[in-house]
Design a protein around this ligand. Structure first.
Ligand code: MSP
Length: 511
């Protein structure tokens, strides 16, 4: 196993406040980061904001403020997601920071020096009021798709990146690194796109001033995607030869939405190859959420606000729902009802119930003291087997970034433990003094299965997991537990006094 893990979210545009889509990517990366820390790896988890470019410029202009002022205002909404959703990012990068200017200019200079960036002319359909270029295809009846006013053909000097030169190198990279683009279906799309041939890419603008100046080229600012992608290096200290850069580059995983895969899987590795820097190990594209069957949009008024969700259901419920409900990589549909049903069935009725009924019986029959288990019966072995096997199975599914499978596997253990309790019926054993030993063993095993489930679920539901971890008298913070040790059967402390119940997931009752 590698001893480091570097995972990134896309950096989010500050022209608007966060919605479920942003929260989704960030939560997915957080679960991965926490999982890898639990495996004992040194993790760097980076997120941040994309503050330059046309979108932000326009949005600020519409509000009559400078782009930086808008960025300063909106960035707090993205930074605030970390405490609100229990996100454990190690870094937060803003592209308006001086350290990022240094990184972008350094890599740009490398490609200028080796001839991969050259001065040419950019031609497109320009909307003057919107200060935007459009392609012929994007125009609506010859007019700007944003404001409907006529667009005019315009040329401006621009620096170009020789993307065409990298077609073979990219195809070769995809072939040699079959896990570079995931999931598989997306990989095929990207390969087909690159096989069609690549045009050189405009990487500077003179029509815009809100951006990073091109080195030694007055009037040019760096095109926003070139600027934005470089954040993944800036976050580790590039262009300085920092310890973080040495330890964590190449990134293990850039998590992105399917709409921005091409930028990450085609442009970014080409920029890096040109700069003599190793490409990341993997770009994973996830699907999109609709809301009650409809595309999410401001005009429909159906935008899901992650702060609202956290306030209403708690961050754990929101996190769990997003990663459990939909096979990761596929599109999904959000509704409050689906969230409530999922939380009630998987968390309240399954794991929450297991823990509470076990604690309750421990109180009633064993004075709340964890008994010492005696020789196992076959049903004990079966439960123990299920709990022991789930650790490597969940780890393998996590490697494949299949959160839904990880969660289903973990919950199958608490489900098995509930059935184990039903089958062994400790309440009947309690009536027979000859069964005392057996009663203690059954409760011990049920609680131990709960302990393993809680540990494995902690990257997904950190707050509730900590509460349950403490209720089981397990030491320290659950996130500091190491999977290979804490995941071993038999970790429950014999003789510990446990509470009679723990409120981790009350059933959500909504009209
Ligand atoms: N700034 C660029 C990314 C630069 S990365 C070097 C950007 N920003 S964004 O704020 O518009 O989008 C960020 C992410 O949100 C993208 O990964 C996008 O796929 C994701 N989502 C936007 N709407 C979404 C849904 N409805 N559902 C799921 N994810 C969605 O693009």
């Amino acid at each position: 196993m590698k001893d480091t893990f570097y995972v990134t979210t896309p950096i989010y545009y500050v022209n608007d406040v966060p919605h479920i889509g942003h929260a989704y990517t960030t939560i997915a990366c957080d679960a991965l980061a926490r999982w890898h820390r639990m495996k004992g790896q040194k993790v760097f988890f980076l997120t941040g904001t994309d503050e330059h470019g046309e979108k932000v410029h326009k949005s600020a202009a519409a509000q009559g403020i400078a782009p930086k002022e808008l960025a300063d205002r909106v960035v707090t909404r993205f930074q605030g997601l970390s405490p609100a959703l229990t996100i454990s990012n190690d870094g937060f990068i803003r592209t308006s920071e001086p350290r990022h200017y240094a990184a972008v200019q350094a890599i740009f200079r490398k490609s200028l020096a080796n001839g991969d960036i050259y001065l040419g002319e950019y031609e497109g359909w320009y909307c003057t009021p919107c200060e935007s270029y459009w392609t012929e295809l994007q125009l609506v009846d010859g007019a700007c798709p944003d404001c409907g006013r006529p667009a005019e053909k315009r040329k401006e000097p621009s620096y170009f990146f020789r993307l065409s030169k990298y077609q073979d190198a990219l195809l070769d990279h995809y072939a040699k690194n079959p896990k570079f683009i995931r999931p598989e279906s997306r990989r095929n799309e990207v390969i087909a796109f690159v096989e069609q041939g690549l045009n050189d890419l405009s990487v500077s603008r003179t029509s815009l001033s809100w951006g990073i100046p091109v080195p030694d080229a007055e009037g040019h600012v760096v095109y926003v995607w070139y600027d934005a992608l470089t954040n993944y290096l800036t976050g580790l200290g590039y262009p300085e030869a920092t310890e973080e850069l040495a330890a964590f580059w190449p990134a293990d995983l850039h998590m992105v939405g399917k709409d921005i895969l091409r930028f990450h899987a085609v442009y970014w590795p080409a920029f890096l190859l040109s700069g003599g820097i190793e490409p990341p190990r993997c770009v994973f594209a996830h699907g999109w959420w609709t809301v009650e069957g409809q595309k999410m949009s401001k005009s429909l008024g159906n935008v899901v606000d992650p702060y609202d969700m956290a306030a209403r259901y708690g961050p754990d419920a929101f996190r769990f729902f997003l990663l459990r409900e939909v096979p990761f990589g596929k599109d999904g549909d959000f509704s409050n009802k689906a969230l409530v049903d999922r939380i009630n069935s998987d968390l309240a009725n399954n794991l929450g119930n297991l823990l509470n009924r076990s604690l309750n019986m421990l109180g009633k029959y064993c004075d709340s003291v964890v008994p010492s288990p005696s020789a196992p019966a076959p049903s004990d072995d079966a439960l123990r087997g299920a709990a022991v096997e789930v650790v490597p199975a969940a780890d393998a599914a996590m490697e494949d970034v299949e959160f839904h499978k990880v969660l289903a596997a973990i919950l199958s253990v608490s489900d098995a433990a509930n059935r184990y309790l039903d089958a062994n019926a400790p309440w009947s054993m309690a009536k027979d003094p000859a069964s005392r030993d057996r009663l203690g063993t059954v409760l011990y095993n049920a609680l131990e299965a709960a302990r393993v489930s809680v540990l494995l679920l902690s990257p997904f539901i950190p707050t509730a997991a900590q509460r349950m971890w403490e209720a089981l008298d397990c030491p320290g913070r659950v996130e500091q537990a190491v999977l290979s040790e804490a995941g071993r059967w038999g970790g429950l402390r014999i003789g510990a006094t446990l509470p009679r119940s723990v409120i981790a997931f009350p059933r959500i009752e909504e009209p």
